[in-house]
Write a protein that binds this ligand. Structure first.
Ligand code: FAD
Length: 564
């Protein structure tokens, strides 16, 4: 209520660079904005979103150099990697969130925050239309417009249902804190219903059939959490139905966790099989009702329907409508995801940046340059390079584009090293450039689509804040101090993603991890590594203490099964 009061006061005073927005201006935002005296000389940076990308941008930004305003429908930051733990009460929802206003207080209040959703970005007039979405019927305007000099889009992405009929109406998602809380209540609900008198055994069995669609890290982690919750806590509380519980993971690909190293996929599948979690690979969900889930088995084309008690849909993300609308304005309508260059500047728009899950870096130019390097090295136009020439070319590429290094180590790029050997495994004398380029095309796909992870989003936020902090320093020399490309100069080095590895908690105090340098670690010790990393990555001491005490509480007392 206090944030709403603050918003209303600011609106009525018009001193915050915000003016009330009227319904008749729904498509083009024409309202002019009065700017605070204090900030009139400063350029205004508006940040959309308080997730990983937005918050890590704000954390390091020199807020005294800009008039910084933040718009987000969430007045908190959520530590998403612990969301699966919230679904079963291993940690409490409030332990993984940090209020944005706490963060602002630490920055001497120099950032202004509006709890609202950006409904439209008007690129031509550099204006935003925002709407406060409240469950309560409070007095005053909900809509306002905001001018910007620089816009940082960090709105994340929304759940992708692939237009599968019935998903929106009958599935749970695991994207927001509210989703996790809802799942927690529904799981308990399934158990309470299953033990009521008068149900047949088949009805109890159906109510206790939990289906997870998607065998990626989130789906697998939720399945593992649920299995632990059932085995460690619920079987003791609902002994009469303990043998009727079933957990099924439906995956369209051939393996779960297929973005991880093969050894991890295999370890996870074996562990799930021992735990009695049914993994259905090669199955695509074609429709869903409140009672049944209908799937098609890809190899045989056979269609089958299975009754369920609860379904969690966790299959990937897609672009939000506000971003799609913006893409149409700037000539990116034919793209799936908003494209930026390697400096995170949105292509086709001035002074707009995009980070995190809502954006993808378009590196076509890098690939064209790399092809040109190969062509130049192939002096006799034979299509082959000697090993020495090839190694020189790779060194040249790595020196110019260090960001390719990570991908040179990736699975697809390991195929490239195979090109250096003949079928018997002996080292070749020369290398087929086309073969190498083909492998580069695979890597290009990866390069363009950095994974939609908190790690990428946070690194991008940190990178962009450094660019903003030095923007003024480099204004004396607009061409920039460094040369990165064959032609032209740039003020800043391009964004380079550093992969620090990733975890997959698998339940039963076991986890798997892919660590830097292609290291793979699995088992109980990895779970302890997971605990230490996730405790250290918390954004404040408050959440760190809360999360660690939740883990301790769970070890001592078990999870709470109240449906509140
Ligand atoms: P988000 O963190 O989603 O933030 C988007 C922000 O934009 C939110 O504050 C939202 O309220 C706001 N917003 C939305 N619409 C608007 C609008 N119209 N106007 C203004 N603001 C808006 N990644 C890892 O690296 N490791 C993990 O272990 C991991 N586990 C995960 C587990 C789960 C259950 C989930 C869902 C994700 C997990 N991820 C993990 C992925 C990671 O959470 C995302 O990649 C990351 O959150 C992306 O950051 P972001 O800032 O782009 O988007």
């Amino acid at each position: 209520a206090s944030s709403k009061l603050l918003l209303l006061c600011t609106l009525s005073l018009s001193g915050g660079g915000v003016v009330a927005y009227s319904e008749s201006q729904a498509d083009v935002i024409k309202t002019s904005v009065q700017v605070n005296e204090k900030d009139s000389k400063k350029k205004r940076v508006v940040v959309l979103g308080t997730g990983w990308a937005g918050i890590s941008f704000l954390k390091d930004l020199d807020v005294s150099a800009y008039d910084v305003q933040v718009v987000s429908p969430r007045n908190y930051f959520a530590f998403t990697p612990l969301l699966p733990s919230v679904t079963c009460g291993t940690v409490e929802a409030r332990s993984i969130v940090e209020p944005v206003r706490n963060m602002i207080k630490k920055r001497n209040g120099e950032i202004r925050f509006w709890e609202a959703e950006c409904m439209k970005i008007d690129d031509a007039n550099k204006k935003l239309l925002c709407r406060h979405t409240s469950e309560n019927n409070l007095v005053g305007n909900d809509e306002f417009s905001l001018d910007y000099d620089y816009l940082v889009i960090a709105v994340g992405a929304q759940v992708n249902t692939f237009n599968t009929p019935g998903v929106l109406e009958n599935c749970h998602f695991l994207k927001e804190v509210e989703d996790a809380q809802k799942i927690r209540r529904s799981v308990i609900d399934c158990f309470e219903k299953a033990v009521l008198p008068g149900l047949t055994e088949e009805e109890r069995r159906i109510n206790l059939h939990f289906v997870i669609v998607g065998g990626g890290p989130t789906g697998v982690e939720f399945a593992a959490e649920l299995h632990d919750f059932v085995k460690e806590d619920l079987v003791n509380l609902y002994p009469s139905v303990k043998d009727l519980v079933k957990i099924t993971v439906v995956q369209s690909g051939d393996h779960i966790l297929n973005m991880f190293d093969e050894r991890i996929s295999c370890f996870a599948e074996q562990k799930f099989s021992r735990d009695g979690i049914d993994v259905q690979t090669g199955c695509r969900v074609i429709s869903l009702s409140d009672k049944e889930i209908t799937m098609k088995i890809k190899s045989t084309g056979e269609v089958c329907s299975v009754p369920h008690g609860l379904v969690v849909w966790s299959t990937g993300v897609e672009t939000r409508p506000v971003v799609k609308d913006f893409m149409a304005q700037i000539g990116q309508a034919n793209r799936r995801v908003l494209a930026t260059d390697e400096w995170l500047r949105v292509k086709g728009s001035e002074n707009v940046y995009a980070l995190g899950d809502c954006a993808t870096i378009n590196q076509r130019k890098v690939m064209e340059d790399i092809s040109a390097i190969f062509k130049a090295a192939d002096k006799d136009n034979s299509g082959f390079l000697t090993i020495k020439e090839f190694e020189d070319v790779v060194d040249d590429i790595l020196e110019r584009y260090p960001q390719v290094k990570h991908y040179l180590r990736s699975k697809q790029m390991r195929d490239v090293t195979d090109l250096l050997k003949d079928p018997e495994g002996n080292k070749r004398d020369e290398v087929d450039i086309e073969g190498f380029k083909l492998a580069l095309v695979h890597a290009d796909t990866q390069l363009k689509n950095l994974p939609a992870t908190a790690q990428v989003a946070a690194q991008q936020g940190e990178y962009l804040s450094k660019c903003f902090n030095r923007k003024y320093l480099s204004e004396d020399n607009p061409e920039g101090p460094r040369r990165f490309r064959g032609s032209g100069r740039h003020q800043f080095r391009p964004f380079q993603y550093k992969h620090f590895g990733q975890f997959a908690p698998l339940g039963g105090e076991q986890a798997a991890a892919e660590l830097p340098g292609d290291w793979v670690s699995m088992g109980h010790s990895t779970q302890w590594l997971w605990y230490s990393v996730y405790a250290s990555k918390q954004v404040s001491w408050r959440t760190r203490v809360l999360v660690v005490s939740d883990w301790t509480r769970r070890f001592i007392f078990g999870r709470d099964s109240s449906r509140i």
